[in-house]
Ligand binder design. Structure first.
Ligand code: ADP
Ligand code: MG
Length: 404
């Protein structure tokens, strides 16, 4: 029998719509001869729905109409596996058994380990990063600390709570000015799609940018903004033992911050958080934004960046398909820094893999196989011990326990 693959997408994230696009692309790419595909749509309120209407992107225009064509579902762990069930109705709730999950979610509340934790509790094997690597990938500040420790080049950054800024903005600004040169770039520590990000040329602008970023997160990260910048991205596919780097891409941004609209919306103008934003031509998520593919770099630079991408993937404990984004400072000998990792990249970076000789359908097959491989590897580990300390409680009650 074909394994049943549940593709999870949507969720309480600002990147909800982008996830709908990525997931639809992914669901269509999965080989239906090899797998049965079940869509699982998480609404912005966090409710799960399933139904065939989810396979057609045109159905998402009006969510109210869409939900009427779907059934609300939940997942139940039974002795022989995990079942998708209807949440309502007295009889015949069980819909089908799910063998493996493929999370195609972007952003906070889902991609950051939240959905992965839910799937772990269910005992459902899933593709991509586990809880820890997903959480690390979403936290730009902690990620940089781990990468620095692993010997991967990252820009010096400062991260602080917005609460500390509101208590004593003078101290925070003084610390930033002591450690980081203007222009500075101010980012919420955990958002994506350039949301909340602005560049500050001087102290007044810095304070404004921090206040702006504070609307999006509790913690704020500040680093030097590279003025003559090239951005290079590389996808990595595999796990600790099989990771491979893709061809490199250079998104066309000519040093400006790519806005949410640039990345995903056809003819969008620069968003509020952008500086002189450019107009993009994207209609299909990340797959069709402007880029040079392959990036125009020497063989030596290409190899250096691929090696850094693989080091990053391994240092963070990643699995599945990630995209590692680099900043190259053309004023400093083309020095390259890892800027961030997207542990579930837009469009699953399929366009980078196609250009590297791996079809989208092979990419999906690899993700599903890696999920099942991780499950087999984990089954070999010990998660419990035979010593039963609870047996003593039968005789003595809680008095018999340590410290009582
Ligand atoms: N240190 C930096 N110097 C110059 N530009 C930067 C720097 N960091 C980020 N940017 C610009 O801002 C964009 C968004 O920042 P990024 O850290 O990638 O956030 P997001 O997770 O929202 O994509 C980058 O694609 C790049 O154009
Ligand atoms: Mg980015």
């Amino acid at each position: 029998m074909k394994p049943t693959v549940a593709v999870f997408f949507g969720g309480q994230s600002v990147e909800h719509e982008v996830s709908v696009i990525s997931a639809n692309q992914a669901m269509h790419a999965i080989d239906k001869e090899a797998y049965d595909v079940v869509p699982v749509y998480i609404t912005k309120q966090g409710t799960f729905y399933s139904g065939v209407a989810l396979f057609n992107i045109a159905n998402y225009i009006n969510e109210e109409d869409l939900l009427k064509q779907l059934v609300e579902v939940c997942f139940v762990r039974a002795e022989d596996g995990v079942y998708m069930e209807k949440t309502r109705g007295l009889f015949g709730r069980r819909i089908r058994k799910i063998d493996v999950a493929v999370p195609v979610v972007h952003g906070t509340n889902v991609e950051d380990g939240t959905l992965q934790g839910y799937l772990e509790l269910l005992g459902l094997p899933y593709s991509g990063c586990d809880i820890a690597s997903s959480a690390l990938g979403m936290d730009k500040a902690v990620m940089k600390t781990v990468l620095k420790e692993a010997g991967v080049a990252v820009l010096v950054c400062r991260c602080f709570y917005k609460e500390d800024f509101y208590k004593d903005s003078g101290a925070v600004v003084a610390d930033l000015e002591q450690n980081i040169a203007y222009p500075m770039i101010v980012k919420p520590y955990n958002t994506g799609s350039s949301i909340g990000i602005r560049v500050a040329e001087d102290r007044d602008a810095l304070i404004e940018c921090i206040e702006y970023a504070a609307d999006f997160a509790e913690r704020i990260l500040v680093e030097h903004a590279i003025e003559h910048l090239r951005e290079i991205n590389c996808s990595v596919l595999g796990d600790h033992s099989s990771a491979k780097a893709s061809i490199l891409e250079e998104p066309v941004s000519s040093g400006e911050i790519l806005s949410y609209e640039d990345k995903y919306m056809s003819g969008g103008k620069g968003g509020k958080g952008t500086k002189g934003a450019k107009v993009g031509n994207a209609k299909q998520g990340m797959a069709s934004s402007d880029r040079k593919l392959p990036a125009d770099l020497s063989d030596e630079k290409t190899e250096e960046i691929k090696a850094m991408a693989l080091m990053t993937f391994r240092a963070l404990g990643c699995s599945g398909v990630s995209r590692i984004d680099f900043l190259m400072d053309t004023d400093d000998n083309d020095k390259v820094y890892v800027n961030e990792i997207n542990t579930i990249p837009g469009s699953l970076s399929f366009y980078l893999w196609e250009a590297s000789g791996v079809s989208f359908s092979e990419l999906m097959d690899t993700l599903i196989r890696l999920a099942l491989k991780r499950k087999r590897e984990r089954e070999l580990l010990h998660f419990s011990f035979d010593s039963n300390i609870l047996k003593n409680f039968g005789k003595t009650g809680l008095k018999g326990s340590k410290g009582k």
